[in-house]
Design a protein around this ligand. Structure first.
Ligand code: ADP
Ligand code: MG
Length: 246
């Protein structure tokens, strides 16, 4: 049987910050594919380029060099309209939950629904409350974030990211601000919801205790993808003189 097309296909991606004499290469010859329903964890030291790569994949930054395809569509030189449309198909979860403090849990989720599709307020409310129930916050829908714990806030952020059934969720250190137990609960929840919906997840973490939820682990070091557990023997690349880790 042929494997389906990847959700994300990255080919020889490079990225630079700064201009002129200050121009500095941050990502080097990145190659990565992520398939439907896969949970991929990315680890690596601080400053190795993980957030930069995630923001490129998420269409939050323009691709400068190389190819990056989301659901078969090329993002290199893509128009702003195309990027905006693509971002609608991605759920984002960041280290800080980024909830709006003056909106209730339900309103925070509902806003994501209403920005994504034309839908009656009644339907949007039903959808948002169902999603909050799915993350175990059915009794907290009318609470404001300030009255909830860190783990509960991060669960609202998960509900917000998944409420539109996106094919891809990008999570940048989602457990960094949580204690061990709520961190674990949060990623297990993401895993379960992703499995139910067939969503792919790319999750950046420093947290060794959650690596087991991954189908695959990839590692970044100094702007290079040095390990891919699916593709252990990374090939020698003569253009960069870099040998991948065995
Ligand atoms: P990580 O998420 O792995 O910690 P980042 O992608 O945030 O790594 O950063 C990679 C490198 O790029 C670091 O050296 C960082 O200082 C640099 N960097 C990140 N963002 C910017 C920016 N907006 N402008 C210039 N340099 C940046
Ligand atoms: Mg980072």
């Amino acid at each position: 049987m042929m494997r389906e097309d990847p959700v994300i296909a990255i080919d020889n991606l490079n990225h630079y910050y700064g201009k002129g004499a200050l121009k500095k290469q941050i990502l080097f010859n990145i190659n990565l594919e992520i398939f439907a329903g896969e949970i991929v964890i990315m680890t690596g030291p601080s400053g190795s380029g993980k957030t930069t790569l995630l923001s490129l994949i998420g269409g939050l930054r323009s691709v400068q060099e190389g190819s990056l395809k989301f659901l078969g569509k090329e993002l290199f030189r893509a128009s702003q309209t195309k990027l905006v449309n693509m971002r609608r198909k991605i759920g984002y979860i960041f280290q800080a939950h980024n909830l709006l403090e003056f909106l209730t849990a339900r309103q925070n989720v509902q806003m994501a629904v209403e920005l994504n599709e034309f839908i009656s307020p009644q339907r949007a409310i039903i959808k948002s409350e169902a999603m909050l129930k799915a993350v175990g916050l059915g009794d907290k829908v009318n609470h404001y974030p300030e009255n909830l714990s860190g783990g509960q806030k991060q669960r609202i952020a998960i509900a917000r990211a998944l409420v539109n059934n996106p094919p891809l969720v990008l999570a940048d250190e989602p457990t960094a601000a949580l204690d061990k137990q709520s961190g674990r609960a949060v990623v297990e929840l993401m895993q379960r919801l992703a499995r139910d919906q067939g969503t792919s997840i790319l999750l950046v973490t420093h947290d060794n205790r959650i690596l087991d939820i991954a189908d695959r682990i990839v590692e970044m070091e100094d702007g290079l993808l040095t390990r891919d557990s699916q593709n252990q023997a990374m090939s020698y690349d003569s253009s960069t003189n870099i040998i991948g880790n065995p």
